[in-house]
Design a protein around this ligand. Structure first.
Ligand code: BG6
Length: 487
């Protein structure tokens, strides 16, 4: 597949936290790939901001070392490196902003993207200083990463602080799951085809499963992760966003507010999750094996040796109280150190109301539509067919497979490539609006609070498994099973 380039205006991208992991692992490779594809206009510049004192040469050397493996060819790489500069600036102090302003003012009228790849505690102070330095011009946009707060109150505070400087239309709250190809394909599948929409409700859908399973552990992020846990790290944002896209009503257009207006209705319709009805299972991995290698347990990975109740796995049964989805459970699960890296959405349709076939034909498996986000993006529809050959009728469930890699050739752009350029373009459709973030926290807050006030320990699961047995029981109690054939 050759990505089609829609030109964007020349821009300056200022990355706060430019020497950090997110920048070096995701943002710079994404910008480089867009540059290789010719989508970054000639005068565009990228400024890294961090407290580290280094000149442009030293920063380019760092990028060469960390990002250079993505090099497509020398010419494109050198063109990209020439766009980079570094400014030493402490976002929580007043000094040094005039230098940034001077550099940005060298090329007036460019779109300005301020990407805050920093700790959320710095979002407010950084925006305030951008405002004070006169940098929050009408062409400016600010991008913030999750987590936006750790509960509703802190999210509101961060949103208020950003909102004092940047209008909602200039604020891009990134959820990189929304930039994944298959996630956008989910919208195409639902609204560019007439086939599924008539079936997309409690009349024909039995239940939905959304899984985001990872094999990695803490990856050196213990300080953050231990204060967050799987509910805040993955459910509040990524999984709820996927749930919204599965459940939303047809928006009137693929316009930012039309889509987001429908997502917020889903969030408002989520039934409360109580601890008491066992609708939520928290787990924590112990020592085991991941991808064939022995790996330590979560507690051992924490360097401070403290005992922690943070969940590295969570499974939830969620109800949506509206006309379309009443009675259809959405089972969500996510975890670290699971058996496989797989993210998928499974729509399980109801069984046929009556079988006309003799017992000898075999059982009838209800249809399943599996939307794979990763790996091997694609869509599989499981259908019942007759096994070929004479000798009576035998039925078999077979997959009708659409593998994107086989259907579309070429490289699949990473989520950040699409999202970064959407920011430059001023298209917030795939970003979270303030009310969405706050509605998601409102829904989760009570559950998180009651867990934190309690003393129950998360259920232990072995690294390399599919999570605690209680998570299997959560779905099996309802006579259903997790879809694990990707494992
Ligand atoms: C991030 C989480 O938002 O998403 C990480 O903070 C997680 O903990 C990551 O590993 C998963 O993203 P992906 O794209 O690898 O599924």
């Amino acid at each position: 597949m050759t990505p089609k380039n829609i030109p964007v205006d020349p821009f300056d991208c200022v990355i706060f936290g430019g020497t950090g992991d997110l920048s070096l692992r995701k943002l710079l490779p994404a910008l480089y790939h867009r540059d290789v594809d010719g989508q970054i206009p000639a005068n565009s510049r990228i400024f890294s901001i961090s407290r580290k004192a280094m000149d442009a040469g030293a920063y380019r050397a760092l990028v060469e070392e960390r990002v250079g493996k993505n090099k497509a060819d020398i010419a494109s790489w050198e063109r990209f490196l020439a766009r980079l500069d570094h400014i030493a600036l402490d976002a929580s102090a007043d000094a040094g902003w005039d230098q940034l302003k001077r550099r940005l003012d060298e090329v007036p009228g460019q779109v300005r993207v301020f990407y805050l790849a920093t700790a959320p505690a710095l979002y407010g102070p950084t925006c305030a200083r951008l405002g004070k330095a006169g940098l929050a011009t009408p062409e400016a946009r600010v991008v913030v990463e999750k987590p936006i707060g750790h509960d509703l109150a802190s999210a509101r505070q961060i949103n208020d602080e950003i909102g004092k400087v940047f209008a909602e239309g200039q604020t891009y709250r990134i959820d990189h799951y929304l930039g994944k190809e298959t996630v956008q394909n989910l919208i195409a599948l639902r609204f560019a085809n007439s086939l599924f929409e008539p079936l997309w409700s409690n009349t024909w859908v039995d239940h939905v499963q959304i899984t985001a399973a990872e094999t990695v552990g803490l990856e050196g992020r213990a300080d953050y992760y231990d204060t967050a846990g799987a509910l805040r790290d993955m459910v509040q944002n990524h999984l709820l966003q996927l749930l919204c896209l599965v459940a939303l009503e047809p928006p009137r257009s693929f316009d930012a507010d039309a889509v987001r207006d429908e997502k917020i209705k889903v969030l408002h319709a989520l039934e409360p999750i109580g601890e008491s009805d066992q609708g939520i299972i928290r787990g924590q991995y112990r020592r085991g094996a991941a991808e064939g290698k022995a790996v330590p347990g979560y507690q051992e990975e924490l360097s401070d040796g403290k005992s922690s109740r943070t969940e590295t796995f969570v499974a939830l049964k969620v109800g949506i109280a509206n006309w379309r989805w009443a009675g259809v459970p959405f089972y969500l699960r996510t975890g670290k150190r699971l058996a496989a890296r797989t993210s998928e959405i499974v729509i399980q349709f109801k069984a046929v109301p009556h079988s006309i076939f003799p017992r000898s034909a075999g059982g009838l498996n209800p249809n399943r539509l599996v939307i794979r986000l990763q790996p091997d993006e694609g869509i599989t529809l499981h259908l019942m067919t007759k096994e070929p050959g004479p000798g009576g009728l035998r039925l078999k469930s077979v997959p009708l497979d659409l593998s994107f890699a086989e259907t579309f050739t070429g490289r699949f752009p990473e989520a950040y490539e699409r999202l970064l350029l959407d920011v430059v373009r001023g298209n917030p459709t795939l970003f979270m609006r303030r009310d969405e973030v706050e509605a998601a926290w409102t829904w989760l807050d009570a559950s998180i609070r009651s867990w934190e006030e309690g003393s129950e320990a998360p259920k232990s699961y072995m690294a390399g498994s599919w999570g605690p047995t209680a998570a299997t029981a959560l779905i099996e109690r309802d006579g259903r099973t997790w879809h694990e054939e990707a494992a």
